[in-house]
Design a protein around this ligand. Structure first.
Ligand SMILES: Nc1ncnc2c1ncn2[C@@H]1O[C@H](COP(=O)(O)OP(=O)(O)OP(=O)(O)O)[C@@H](O)[C@H]1O
Length: 244
């Protein structure tokens, strides 16, 4: 049986004044995929996440989740429908424990404290933070803060997880660990759409890549296909991150 369509963007455009941050973007995401969105600085990647998660409403176009038009829904409604996300800049409740922070996410699905604690402990195990459940969030290292951010999103029980640069700022060993974590999450049955600047890792993780430049999709395909695409190479020339 062919995979089910989970998410569909149809000609999505958003303008901020005179700037078209995302320009007639269309793509389809199937259940069970890991898809990466890459592109130079300012290409519109985070704006795409803000559009999907309801932070922004598109100026034009529609967004469908399991064939339901979710365009214009509020962020908590999109989250309730099964889309979890992390943010590029992580903002935990610093003076609260790791467990508390994750339970906040779990309360989206239950008002029962015991159940929310159980869910939080389960996702802490999945992201490798179980042993640090009682540590105050502000005392976590960068890599653990990223894990916490992912755990908070997972606690909302998403069907689709949007990961915004979870590998940025990590050293090579930490990147390897984080890549492993993303693979585990995917194995647990969650579809993943990720934005990455660490291109090697994005390539290693993603089955399919969408390349944005100035808000437009300039390429889509397997990692091999997009990295040999002349337009993609041109878009990255001069970008400090390079293609490698
Ligand atoms: N709320 C906003 N108001 C005005 N302009 C915005 C807003 N949000 C994003 N932009 C602009 O839209 C463009 C795309 O930004 P976006 O953050 O989506 O890019 P990005 O690909 O995620 O970049 P980076 O890799 O640097 O995070 C940029 O020119 C940005 O300045």
């Amino acid at each position: 049986m062919p995979a089910k369509v989970l998410l569909e963007l149809k000609n999505v455009t958003i303008r901020f004044g005179g700037l078209t941050a995302v320009n007639e973007l269309s793509f389809t995401l199937y259940e069970g995929e890991i898809v990466g969105i890459i592109g130079p600085n300012g290409a519109g990647k985070t704006t795409v996440f803000n559009l999907i998660s309801g932070v922004y409403r598109p100026t034009e176009g529609e967004i469908y989740l399991y064939s339901e038009n979710i365009t214009g829904l509020k962020p908590f409604q999109v989250c309730q429908k099964g889309v979890g996300r992390t943010f590029q800049v992580v903002k935990p409740f610093g003076s609260k424990s790791v467990l508390y922070n994750v339970m906040v996410g779990a309360f989206l699905r239950t008002s029962d404290t015991r159940k929310s604690r159980e869910k939080a402990l389960e996702v802490l195990q999945l992201v490798g933070l179980y042993d640090k459940k009682d540590v105050l969030a502000k005392n976590l290292t960068i890599v653990d803060r990223k894990r916490l951010e992912v755990a908070k999103a997972l606690a909302t029980e998403p069907k689709l997880l949007l990961l915004d640069e979870v590998l940025a700022g990590l050293n090579p060993t930490e990147v390897e660990e984080a890549v492993e974590m993303v693979k585990q999450i995917h194995k647990s049955g969650i579809t993943i759409l990720l934005i990455e600047h660490v291109l090697k890792a994005a390539m290693a993780l993603s089955q399919r890549i969408i390349v944005l430049d100035y808000g437009k999709k300039i390429a889509e395909g397997s990692p091999e296909e997009v990295t040999s695409n002349p337009e993609v190479i041109k878009a990255y020339l001069g970008d400090k991150y390079g293609i490698a």
